[in-house]
Ligand binder design. Structure first.
Ligand code: ZN
Ligand code: FE
Length: 253
């Protein structure tokens, strides 16, 4: 197994660095300097860069990393990804020899059309698709696509560790509580997250099991969530429509 290092970037991004021995893989390096600092400090060689989607806060550092490290760049085939050497469409298995691990590439369109997630060794790197207590905005795809992508992630084992790309959990849970005030697990999570944030601790990774219990966007089948969604859109009676209503509501929350 490899170690995972959390590298905070910008205001609330997380870059994830996976390391085994002296070799490293980085996920969504929006900025190069904090990654270069870790690589230099620990004398690591960067072998692979995994990019989930084309937004600058996820790939803006790739160029500078490649100037100093000869790494493969994996990313969606239908998006402009700097320095990409390995185009992905979803459905592939990535063998990362430097980590001695394999990752499944999952196509999760919605936030962007080519968005991919990487799942392996019990870990999910999901970019801006699934967040702690929430999900990404639907910028390029449809609500139906995003709902299907989230449903796919929700089908992963409960113990899967969810490494998303932003520290958004606290604000997301304020919305979750407005949707489902009677959810006891959610209320407990709100307390846990408030404690963590008061100590400037991260709330990421979470787990698929916890998200299924407390993230409204993975609970579009729950009667209380459907009832809340219907107060905002009367047609929100089935999964994708419930999701669309929640996403709309959250956009203005
Ligand atoms: Zn994004
Ligand atoms: Fe982002």
């Amino acid at each position: 197994m490899f170690d995972i290092v959390q590298i905070p970037a910008f205001k609330d991004n997380y870059i994830w660095l996976l390391r085994k021995g002296r070799q490293a893989v980085v996920v969504d390096p929006g900025d190069a300097q904090p990654v270069l600092d870790v690589l230099a400090r620990d004398e690591l060689r960067l072998t692979d860069i995994l990019v989930t989607h084309h937004h600058a806060d996820h790939q803006g550092g790739v160029g500078r990393l490649l100037a100093q490290h000869r790494a493969e760049v994996h990313g969606p085939s239908n998006e402009p990804i700097a320095g990409r050497t390995r185009p992905l469409v979803g459905g592939e298995t990535l063998q990362l020899a430097s980590l001695g691990a394999a990752f499944q590439v999952l196509a999760v369109p919605g936030h962007t059309l080519g968005h991919v997630a990487y799942y392996g060794a019990g870990c999910l790197f999901c970019g801006d698709t699934l967040f702690g207590g929430g999900c990404g905005r639907v910028f390029e795809g449809t609500a139906e696509q995003m709902f299907a992508s989230l449903t796919r992630l929700a089908a992963l084992p409960d113990e899967t560790a969810v490494y998303c790309a932003h520290e958004y959990t606290e604000a997301n849970l304020r919305f979750a509580l407005a949707v489902e005030p009677g959810n006891d697990r959610l209320r407990k999570r709100v307390e846990e997250v408030a404690l963590a944030r008061a100590k400037s601790c991260s709330t990421v990774p979470s787990t698929i099991g916890l998200e299924k219990e407390s993230n409204p966007f993975l609970r579009c089948h729950a009667p209380a969530v459907i009832a809340a969604a219907r107060r905002h859109a009367s047609g929100a009676t089935y999964g994708p429509a419930v999701f669309a209503a929640l996403r709309e509501w959250k956009n203005g929350f």
